[in-house]
Design a protein around this ligand. Structure first.
Ligand SMILES: O=c1[nH]c(=O)c2[nH]c(=O)[nH]c2[nH]1
Length: 279
């Protein structure tokens, strides 16, 4: 029986980096969660414990902070800088992936004026994932973006087997927490590309009259590919955050679509990649 080492990588997960830009009286902040993953000729450490080629994960964490000294810019650019650095400075490293979660902070309004140094956490988390192995591949995304339509959603026409109890509906609450990740086929202004893609995802969620969350998902992905030519493909993961109408008849009350039980588990999970047929 032969035993061999398969795919492997190593890095520092979840380095929490906060950068405060004090250049103007109105401060700005960047709040990242950075994960590095390096791979290459790393058999020696696995097989014999020879660490000649193992840049410590502690050094990787330190690099994240050192590279932030003069500003970090867009998450895609910061991830690319780091990924390139690890491959170009470490002979054994062939490929580096840097994942960043970027938490948004909105400036507070205090006494009707924009605050100088006070912020409130924004909804949703922007994500970027960059791999450098001689060429750069860049994906951007969003996670934990919770959205809800109070109407404009139906679900009916499904098969009924002996275990089906779900009532068909022509009007339900549709809610989800969007996780989306899209691969770029060309570089672009990352901030604009992200803001516009997010706008398209949200607008489509709001505008589509939904016969299923699957239909909504596909429409969201399709709209992004139609309007953002820099995007090669997009993957969406949409948990169906069920809102179940409560039967109030035991209390002698009707419920004309006003009282719901928002359940958190279990939840339907709808996932798909929407791609170009030339991607
Ligand atoms: O939009 C939906 N898709 C499903 O596949 C499904 N299944 C279910 O129970 N409710 C729903 N809703």
């Amino acid at each position: 029986m032969g035993i061999v080492l398969g795919d492997n990588s190593y890095g520092k997960a979840e380095t929490r980096l906060v950068f405060v830009d004090r250049a103007a009286p109105q401060h700005r902040i960047v709040d990242f969660n950075v994960t590095t993953a390096l791979s290459g000729d790393l058999a020696a450490t696995h097989l014999t414990g020879d660490n000649t080629d193992v840049l410590p994960t502690d050094s990787q964490k330190n690099t994240v902070f050192a590279f932030a000294r003069d500003g970090v810019g867009e998450p895609e650019d910061f991830a690319a800088r780091l990924a390139r650095h690890f491959v170009e400075s470490q002979p054994a490293i062939r490929s580096a992936t840097v994942d960043i979660e970027s938490y948004g902070w909105d400036r507070m309004t205090v006494g009707g004026a924009p605050a100088h140094h006070s912020f409130v956490r924004a909804a949703g988390t922007r994500t970027a994932s960059v791999t450098y192995d001689g060429t750069l591949s860049v994906s951007s995304g969003i996670t934990d973006l919770v959205v809800l339509n109070t109407t404009g959603s139906e679900f009916w026409g499904y098969p009924k087997d002996p275990y089906t109890t779900l009532a068909e509906t022509k009007d339900r609450v549709l809610a989800t927490a969007v996780t989306a990740r899209w691969r770029h086929r060309a570089g672009s202004d990352w901030a604009v590309s992200h803001a516009e893609t997010l706008r398209l995802l949200l607008e489509t969620f709001a505008e589509v009259h939904s016969l299923s969350l699957q239909q909504t998902l596909y429409a969201m992905g399709r709209r992004v590919l139609e309007e953002r030519e820099e995007v090669a493909e997009i993957r969406l993961e949409l948990p169906n955050k069920h809102h179940i109408p409560v039967d109030l008849s035991p209390f002698g009350l009707d419920n004309p679509g006003v009282v719901f039980h928002a359940t958190d588990r279990p939840y339907g999970l709808i996932q798909a990649t929407v791609t170009r047929d030339d991607a």
